[in-house]
Ligand binder design. Structure first.
Ligand code: PSU
Ligand code: MN
Length: 313
């Protein structure tokens, strides 16, 4: 059988960035295909790329298009992905199926991490990671994102975990898997739509430089001959800005209502909840989501830039 097998298709922009040792930031695409309605999803995707560039790095949106793993998309490709009604949501288990059957889909945090690592990208920005769902003691619904953070060496910048989750249980699993959870300029784990969950992070850091130093030590990027390397991810929890945050009690009531109405399971849970919360808040949650992801893209670009500078030295 004749087959062409290309593992990764890396865009011209991103290849040039690698060649010139410029900082690169990975961006996920499930937020485009399943996280927001059109045209918000497209506007967010374009704004994120802009935030990364404005902060001195090159964006690489990752997705699967017609069975090819793509690292770096053009504006036209982003537009067409954002309008795709039949795009799949691709987590770790779905990726080989999508490649074999030449599907198109958005990559979740888990798959974006896998692909970023393959491509040599160390820093990745998203909105909020998946985690342990409320009621997981009976449904067993725990996102593959947590497993991936335990094994794949990429730094994920997020506004904590998605607010629909059980945050204490999510933090427990991250601790079990050895994932440093860094409060970025904060002591408490942020709760996505609002800043304070009352839960502790594993450490606090206040600058891109500090995070870059952690990454160098964790993965031994300086190749110190007698140093240890600790494989696995790092979660940088970057709280939403106060002016974009929602009222805690109000949004918690909405989340409880949306969870109560949910009749779906498995991979449909998160997209259903995000869209229902959007309806119930009359779009306010989507505005917050848009703002917090941009804030994460800015910090990710700053960390990626600091990391490149340290490795160059
Ligand atoms: N964060 C957002 N919007 C999203 C997601 C995260 O602000 O749409 C996506 C991410 O791709 C994440 C996925 O990996 O939801 C988690 O889905 P699940 O809980 O089914 O693993
Ligand atoms: Mn799930």
């Amino acid at each position: 059988m004749k087959r062409t097998y290309r593992r990764l298709v890396i865009s011209e922009d991103v290849r040039l960035a690698f060649r010139e040792r410029q900082a690169v930031v990975a961006l996920e695409s499930t937020v485009i295909t399943h996280g927001m309605p059109y045209p918000d999803n497209l506007n967010t995707a374009l704004a994120l790329e802009e935030c990364v560039r404005e902060n001195g790095a090159i964006p690489a949106t990752i997705a699967v298009i017609d069975g090819l793993v793509r690292v770096g998309l053009s504006q036209d490709e982003l537009k067409s992905l954002s309008q795709q009604k039949k795009a799949y949501k691709l987590s770790r288990r779905d990726l080989p199926v999508a490649l074999a059957a030449k599907k198109t889909g958005g990559t979740t945090v888990a798959t974006t991490m896998m692909i970023a690592q393959e491509a040599g990208i160390r820093v990745f920005a998203t909105g909020g990671i998946g985690g342990v769902h409320r009621g997981a003691e009976s449904t067993f619904d725990v996102s593959a994102d947590l497993e991936e953070l335990g094994r794949t060496s990429v730094c994920v910048v997020s506004a904590g975990a998605k607010a629909v989750l059980d945050l204490p249980k999510t933090l427990e699993v991250l601790e079990s898997k050895g994932v440093p959870v860094i409060g970025y300029g904060c002591d408490e784990f942020p709760a996505f739509y609002y800043r304070n969950s009352g839960l502790k992070t594993s450490a606090r850091m206040d600058s891109p430089d500090e995070v870059a130093e952690l990454l160098i030590h964790k993965w031994n990027l300086a190749r110190w001959p007698d140093s240890m390397r600790f494989d696995g991810g790092v979660l940088v929890a970057n709280p939403i800005l106060q002016e974009d945050a929602l009222d805690r009690d109000e949004i918690e009531a909405v989340i409880t209502q949306a969870i109560g109405e949910s009749q779906v399971s498995g991979r449909d849970v998160t997209p259903f909840l995000l869209s229902r919360i959007g309806q119930l808040t009359k779009g306010k949650s989507q505005l917050s989501n848009h703002a917090l992801i941009q804030n994460n893209a800015v910090v990710a670009a700053q960390i990626a830039t600091a990391l490149v500078e340290k490795i160059r030295k």
